[in-house]
Design a binder for this molecule. Structure first.
Ligand code: ZN
Length: 323
């Protein structure tokens, strides 16, 4: 129930108090000065008062701005903190990236090590392979040192059947006898090279080349004969004309074969065959018998007769080599 000198009721005062509360300490002094001013001039709100209020408000605004400056400083601090945090985070990210790169680097390092290890293993394998190769070479060398004494050449093979009568094929008889010869010679401790030990076709020049490369002492080619018209049976052995040593070999083999088998003697002959011509060592081509002759064909197909043929061939070879 306050009534001041100017007759302002409490309602006006309340509003001024609101202003006071709004303006703080300035408000109360402002109120006091306004009251004094009004008491002096006896009027309410005039131009000067209004100007004063605006000025105060302006000041207050500036003060508020001032406070907001502090806030700005705080904000700046916060921003700096955020920047610092961001920088720290950035550093962490960079560190993490670096670490990741490091891990990758280490990973690559491990990979490199693994590769290196694997390469070592590979090198080991390679060395093993090389050793294996060198072992093979050594074996070849030892074979070369031992020198192939006899090359046994089973005529024909594969799609080259040679002569035939029904299901009796020359290539099969040739191989069967050749294998028996090999077996007997090896039992006697001789080194034998087979131009073929299975049903495969081999070029005749290749057969001769095999014997020449092996530097064999004797070459024996095994075949069967066939007479299209007329009758014929028995054993004949061919050699290359002019090769006297080969003639001697042929004679010794034929003699032994005839003794073992009791077959007809068809003699030693000269003929221009690839295998006898192209071989450097004494070489012969043996015709075991005639497939057109029913009895001889039956003999040639039998294992026991093949044994006799093989024994005769080996005896002849040994006679030549040791004689
Ligand atoms: Zn033949």
């Amino acid at each position: 129930m306050y009534r001041d000198a100017d007759g302002y009721d409490s309602g006006i005062r309340k509003s001024r108090y609101r202003e006071d509360s709004l303006f703080g300490d300035y408000g109360s002094s402002y109120y006091r000065r306004t009251r004094d001013y009004r008491s002096r001039n006896g009027s309410g709100t005039d131009e000067r008062l209004r100007t004063e209020v605006y000025r105060r408000r302006q000041e207050e605004g500036e003060r508020r701005t001032g406070r907001s400056r502090r806030a700005q400083i705080r904000r700046r601090r916060r921003r700096r903190r955020r920047i610092r945090i961001a920088m720290v985070l950035g550093m962490y990210i960079l560190l993490l990236a670096a670490a990741a790169a490091g891990i990758v680097g280490i990973g690559k390092g491990i990979q490199t090590i693994v590769h290196a290890f694997h390469n070592e293993e590979s090198t080991g394998e390679n060395l093993t392979e090389e050793n294996a190769e060198s072992t093979v070479i050594a074996d070849d060398a030892s074979q070369a040192e031992q020198t192939v004494q006899v090359v046994v050449d089973a005529g024909h093979g594969g799609n080259d059947q040679g002569t035939s009568h029904q299901n009796v094929l020359e290539k099969d008889i040739n191989l069967a006898v050749a294998l028996k010869v090999q077996n007997l010679l090896e039992k006697e401790g001789y080194t034998v090279l087979m131009t073929r030990d299975s049903d495969v076709k081999i070029d005749n020049y290749e057969r001769a080349e095999m014997a020449n490369e092996a530097k064999a002492q004797v070459f024996v080619s095994i075949h069967c004969n066939y007479l299209e018209s007329g009758e014929a049976d028995g054993i004949e052995i061919y050699y290359d004309s002019g090769k006297t040593e080969a003639g001697s070999l042929a004679s010794r083999i034929l003699k032994a074969m005839l003794a073992k088998t009791g077959a007809r003697d068809r003699g030693v002959r000269t003929e221009d065959f690839i295998v006898t011509r192209e071989t450097d060592m004494p070489s012969v081509l043996i015709e075991l018998g005639y497939l057109n002759d029913s009895q001889e064909r039956q003999n040639l197909a039998s294992s026991s007769y093949q044994d006799k043929l093989a024994e005769g061939i080996v005896e002849g070879i040994l006679s030549f080599l040791n004689g």
